[in-house]
Structure formats: C-alpha cells, structure tokens
Design a protein around this ligand. Structure first.
Ligand SMILES: [Mg+2]
Length: 167
C-alpha cells in the first residue's frame, strides 16, 4: 500500500517549496494533464510557462505525459524543458528513458502529478520524491475515472493530508 502514498501532497505546482528541493534534487518530472494544464487547454498558459521555464535554471525540468504526441508537443511548445509523450505511466518505461538520457539516479529525481495510480505509483516504485497535487479542473479523460475511484478509496484509507510530508 505504501506505493500509493505520495511523499508530499500540495494544492498545485505553485505551492511547492522548490527552494528546499534544490538542495537535494536535480531533476523534476511534471505530469501534463490536470497537473500543469487542464485537458481543455491546448497550450500551456503564460503563468505556468514562465514558472516552468524559470525552474529550468535550477533543475532539469521534464514533462512526461501518457497523452499522445500531437497533444503533448503542442501543449509544451513554449516550454524550455524536455518532453516525453506516450509515457506509459505507471510502467517504468519513461523513468528508464529519463535515467538513461540524463544519467541521474532515481533518488535525485522528483515526480509531480495529480494521479496516484500513475504518477505517484511509478515514482514510488523507484523511490523518487513523489508529490501529489490537486487536479487543476475536475474534468478528466474518460480513462481516468477508474483511477479517480481507486484514489478515493486509497486517500480515505490513508488519510492523506495536504501540505504534509509522508517520509
Ligand atoms: Mg494527470
């Protein structure tokens, strides 16, 4: 069950203390849908674009989405970060690719996402720092609804609280 518990839970990507993460972590992987953008947005908004581009001064910043190529490349076209589409989270596919490309151990990586069943689960499998955020909007792709249902059960059982660390 530990694999489904985030190390940290925050409201959104802006509420995270990156200053603190800087001392310990080198690379941050962001989920796309409902983490850095809603599924109704075709392109990353200005505020988030500036925010993520600014983070690249301190971290290797990556967007890893399970979504398809056109969606991901179009959404991230103004971002200065590296991008992976069809990531197949929660399989280890994308984490292995990132590790191979950047030669950084998993313990120096952070993964931030809105879904326990994909983002948190895959990160915990390799002991990354896993940070759960609230979904930007309560609209999901259909395929996500089963995950949301399971998340509710997990959250209730584990009493996951916003802003707390679970390490
Ligand atoms: Mg998501």
């Amino acid at each position: 069950m530990k694999l489904f518990i985030p190390k940290m839970y925050q409201k959104d990507i802006f509420s995270i203390n990156y200053q603190k993460l800087k001392n310990k972590y080198k690379l941050i992987i962001f989920d796309l849908d409902n983490t850095i953008g809603s599924i109704k947005e075709d392109i990353c908004n200005k505020e988030t674009t500036d925010f993520l581009n600014n983070l690249t001064e301190y971290f290797i910043v990556i967007v890893a989405s399970n979504s398809y190529k056109e969606r991901v490349l179009n959404f991230t076209k103004n971002l200065k970060c590296d991008v992976f589409y069809l990531s197949l989270k929660p399989t280890l596919h994308v984490l292995r690719k990132i590790k191979k490309k950047y030669q950084i151990p998993y313990k120096d990586m952070v993964i931030i996402g809105d879904q326990i069943m994909t983002d948190i689960f895959v990160g915990n499998r390799k002991k990354l720092l896993t940070i759960l955020v609230d979904p930007i909007r309560n609209i999901d792709f259909k395929i996500t609804s089963i995950n949301r249902y399971l998340e509710k059960i997990i959250n209730k059982k584990n009493k996951i609280v916003k802003g707390e660390y679970y390490e």
